[in-house]
Design a protein around this ligand. Structure first.
Ligand SMILES: [Fe+2]
Ligand SMILES: [Fe+2]
Length: 191
């Protein structure tokens, strides 16, 4: 059992860890250039999967709570959701490119900067405001909901799906299943 801040912080640490890992480049233990590119692709796949699940559950449960409880919650949520949408478009485009292409590394660098800024915005601008107004019980309840929802969240960015909570709730089991089937077929996320 963990409260909402602990649950989201765990995700943020994971994403930041992946970004740092990717900035360092693929592991040099790879035997050939093909292995290096493959390792790069796996790193990016992991980032996309983690990031897609994380933002989907924030849209579903976190931002509605911020809007409800924080006095300037709408403003904070609107800005953050806009950042999330921008990152999703870039990550979605990345799926269509292959590592090694100049455009790929360029887009990836852009995505990593966006994600760092977005995480900093949530942790530094939004969390302190929410901490002031959320009860410990509500924070625990929200953490539990988010942890549970992550297990069935989509593993792809879906930037063209409007980031509205009700909509995601209605479609996510199907979308998430379809994503996992596509991941299996394409070998995405496989080590
Ligand atoms: Fe977010
Ligand atoms: Fe987040």
């Amino acid at each position: 059992m963990a409260n909402v801040f602990e649950v989201l912080e765990r995700d943020h640490e994971e994403v930041k860890g992946l970004v740092t890992e990717m900035e360092a480049g693929p592991p040099l233990t790879a035997a050939s250039e093909h292995d290096l590119l493959l390792a790069r692709k796996h790193q990016v796949d992991r980032l996309i999967t983690e990031e897609s699940k994380h933002e989907a559950v924030e849209e579903e449960y976190f931002w509605p709570t911020v809007r409800e409880l924080v006095p300037n919650g709408n403003e904070l949520a609107n800005h953050a959701v806009k950042q999330e949408q921008q990152a999703k478009f870039v990550l979605d485009d990345l799926i269509g490119y292959e590592p090694g292409e100049a455009r790929y590394e360029e887009m990836l660098t852009g995505a990593m900067t966006m994600l760092r800024e977005h995480i900093a915005y949530e942790e530094e601008q939004v969390w302190p405001e929410l901490r002031l107004v959320i009860s410990p019980e509500r924070a625990m309840e929200l953490g539990t909901k988010i942890e549970r929802a992550k297990k069935m969240a989509p593993t792809r960015p879906h930037p063209r799906t409007p980031p509205n909570p009700g909509l995601l709730k209605a479609t996510s089991p199907f979308v998430a299943t379809a994503d996992r089937i596509r991941d299996l077929v394409t070998g995405r996320g496989r080590r």
